[in-house]
Write a protein that binds this ligand. Structure first.
Ligand code: C2E
Ligand code: MG
Ligand code: MG
Length: 718
């Protein structure tokens, strides 16, 4: 028993029994002495009255050093503040239990203690001092702080990485969720989450799947990784990646560990990428990549089932006109509306894709020629209803090429065949589609070449103007040359304007090509007029396409070419087909009137092939009509209708004060008929084919091959 220990803190249960009380005190003293806790007493002035071995160990002072001194030496500041404060609380006679305080060791270091202070009472119940029990919690506190710090760091790392974790102790049934786990699931952080709570945040459509893998894991399965959806209480759906493992001890499941990563943002980005990779952004239809994929797949199925695949290749006719004329917004709107109509025309099992620009492709499996033509007709019917393009009503048609898998066995070949057939559909104007035939290949090849190579034809100097004379039928003298364009293609040789002018029209290239023809033909003609004796009155006829008529710079282009060539404007004739005029009546009227005022002649080319009415013609500032070759063909032959028609045209023209020129005169018989009908001017192989500029010059100077040598004069009419 410690000599300085004074009892009184604990009362014996039977204070009247002196022997037993003594025993009791001895026991208490032994306990106090054996305790690791610092146990000491103090009087009301704070003077230490007792000191056990534990106190010596914790504070560093021996009992001899401590007893009789103030407890203030144990506080960090040397004052009695802590104990003083605590002790004032003791005035009411109540103990203070387990208060964390900082004390000073004998060596000056600070120690953390858990301090319990109890009042020491005299027999009358008055407070006469205090007893203190202090436990060193410095180490425990350090560990706790470290653990807390560790937990904070983990929580922070999890928050940063959107990783949550869960530990399930199967022995105690305790479930621990990290803060981030709560956050990922949109839940408030609570101490004891339940299985029901966990189930409630699993997405209903994924719930069974997730439960199954957990069940497998608990029954001894390997660790798993799983991507699934969760449903936050707010209704928000998120994607998570779950990894889980089980810990077994002696064959008994003791722990389940799970980490969950929120991958919603990554998943959305992936989905967007996938959409971009396989979906056309404008129409939302499948794109080319997805299309090729699908065709390969249905081809494979068709091979297995012995059925056929049909591929329809659709192209919007004159889409460029819409795009260029009404603007890209209108073009886009047309494509979006068209996509919707196509969607309603195809079967749910068909694949509809936007191939490029204004080209769409439909893939149908299990079909024959009958069904694909039916589909093409359904599409044509859908498209026939006018489109509303930003307030403009627009009529649109499509050309449809069809390929069937019986003739090709790869996606690429099928698409190529359908594309080729589409061009044929464009040419023939059939609305229920044209099925591919092998004879179509060659032309398509040439066409593709033209599209890609024409833009460089001018700079490569591959274009040439050929000249064909227009002669005075009666006097047999050349009145004019018609400038006819040729393309000397490095591989295809001399390409006819019929093959590349439509392409140039479609692409708009015709505007610059047309300017080039004008400048060249006018300069060349002026050269002949000034150099070839008797050719001073030679005129030049140049063809204009519909597209050129829409060009706002047309007047300037013509006027500039005239000035540049130094030619008399009245020596220039512009040929415009009926259909081109019909397309542009309003907008071309102003330009044509200005050109006419300049002195330029205007003729209607291929007259009779369109539907021009007399009243319509009289509104236009034209000067002549060129009767189409198809009527001239019938003259001098067995066609009884040809003569009255040509006669009517001639009469009508003379009533309007227009000159008449017959095109495509090839025979003497035709020539005689023209003379009888009093048609003054003609053009045709009978006199000369379109000629290279050198040959044209030679022809002009007298080396002509004459249809009637006796009547042809060597020089041009004045
Ligand atoms: P077009 O203006 O009607 O030209 C007359 C066409 O008939 C020319 O064909 C000419 O070679 C052909 N031809 C002339 N006489 C006869 C004949 O006796 N018998 C037969 N069978 N044919 C005859 P080409 O040169 O192939 O030109 C075709 C069309 O291309 C032209 O028809 C014209 O519309 C267009 N074209 C030609 N050059 C140009 C041009 O520079 N600009 C524009 N926009 N179009 C052009
Ligand atoms: Mg012409
Ligand atoms: Mg013509």
């Amino acid at each position: 028993m410690h000599p300085t220990y004074t009892g009184g803190m604990v009362s014996p249960s039977t204070p009247n029994d002196a022997a037993s009380e003594f025993e009791h005190v001895r026991l208490l003293a032994a306990l106090v002495e054996a305790s690791d806790d610092a146990i000491n007493g103090a009087d009301l002035d704070g003077i230490i009255t007792s000191w056990n071995a534990g106190a010596e160990k914790i504070y560093g002072y021996t009992a001899e050093e401590a007893i009789g001194r103030s407890v203030g030496m144990l506080t960090p500041t040397g004052a009695m503040d802590v104990e003083g404060t605590l002790r004032s609380g003791l005035a009411g006679g109540k103990p203070i239990i387990g208060q964390a305080v900082v004390a000073r060791h004998r060596d000056g270091s600070l120690i953390e203690l858990s301090l319990t202070l109890s009042p020491v009472l005299d027999d009358d119940g008055r407070v006469i001092g205090s007893s203190a029990v202090a436990r060193d919690i410095t180490e425990a506190q350090r560990k706790r702080t470290a653990a807390e710090h560790e937990r904070d760091r983990l929580a922070f790392a999890q928050e940063l990485a959107h990783v949550g974790s869960v530990e399930l102790n199967m022995l105690t049934g305790h479930r621990w969720w990290s803060d981030e786990y709560f956050r990922i699931h949109g839940l408030p952080i609570i101490p004891d989450p339940t299985e029901e709570l966990w189930l409630s945040v699993l997405h209903p459509e994924d719930r069974e799947r997730v439960r199954q893998v957990w069940h497998d894991l608990e029954s001894g399965g390997p660790p798993f990784k799983l991507v699934h959806r969760i449903l936050r209480p707010s209704g928000e759906v998120r994607w998570v990646h779950t990894s889980a493992a089980a810990e077994h001890r002696d064959g008994v499941l003791v722990r389940l560990l799970e980490t969950v990563v929120d991958i919603t943002e990554r998943k959305l980005a992936e989905e967007a990428l996938e959409r971009q990779a396989f979906q056309d952004p404008l129409t939302g239809l499948a794109n080319r990549a997805l299309l090729t994929n699908r065709i390969e797949r249905v081809l494979e199925e068709a091979r297995q089932n012995g059925t056929q695949v049909g591929v329809l290749f659709l192209d919007v006719n004159r889409f460029k006109v819409v795009n260029d004329g009404l603007g890209h917004a209108a073009g886009d709107s047309l494509l979006i509306q068209l996509a919707a109509r196509l969607r309603s025309a195809v079967r749910p099992t068909d694949t509809l894709a936007r191939f490029a620009g204004d080209e769409f492709v439909i893939v149908c499996s299990g079909v024959g020629p009958g069904e694909v033509h039916d589909l093409a007709r359904r599409i044509a019917a859908e498209v026939q209803v006018p489109f509303d393009l930003l307030g403009h009503e627009l009529f649109v048609s499509v050309s449809i090429g069809i390929a069937l898998s019986s003739s090709a066995d790869t996606a690429e070949a099928l698409l190529h065949q359908a594309d080729t057939a589409m061009y044929s559909a464009k040419d023939t104007g059939r609305i229920d589609g044209v099925v591919f035939e092998s004879s179509m290949h060659r032309r398509a090849g040439a066409r593709l070449d033209i599209g890609s190579q024409l833009p460089r034809a001018i700079e490569r100097d591959e274009l040439e103007v050929y000249y064909q004379p227009i002669v005075d039928v009666v006097r047999q003298v050349p009145l004019a040359f018609e400038a006819l364009l040729r393309w000397r293609h490095p591989r295809h040789g001399l390409v006819s304007p019929c093959d590349f002018i439509p392409v140039a029209e479609e692409t708009g290239l015709i505007v610059s090509i047309g300017r080039w023809v004008l400048v060249n033909a006018l300069a060349q003609t002026q050269h002949w007029r000034s150099q070839v004796p008797g050719a001073s009155g030679l005129r030049i006829a140049v063809n204009l396409s519909a597209r050129q008529l829409q060009d706002p710079c047309l007047f300037d282009t013509v006027a500039d070419a005239i000035t540049e060539a130094g030619i008399d404007p009245s020596a220039v004739e512009l040929e415009i087909t009926e259909s081109a005029l019909l397309k542009n009546v309003e907008c071309s009227m102003v330009t044509l009137t200005r050109l006419r005022a300049l002195g330029v002649g205007l003729s209607i080319d291929d007259f009779g092939t369109g539907y021009s009415s007399l009243s319509y013609l009289s509104r236009l500032p034209v000067t002549s009509l060129k009767i189409d070759r198809s009527f001239v063909d019938g003259l001098g032959g067995g066609d009884l209708h040809a003569r009255p028609i040509v006669a009517a045209i001639t009469m009508m023209a003379s009533a309007l004060g227009l000159d008449v020129i017959a095109e495509g005169v090839e025979t003497q018989g035709q020539l005689r008929e023209l003379e009888r009908l009093e048609i003054g001017a003609a053009q045709g192989f009978l006199w000369a084919r379109p000629m290279h500029v050198g040959d044209a010059g030679t022809w002009l100077t007298g080396g002509k091959s004459r249809p009637d040598a006796g009547r042809t004069q060597p020089a041009a009419a004045g």
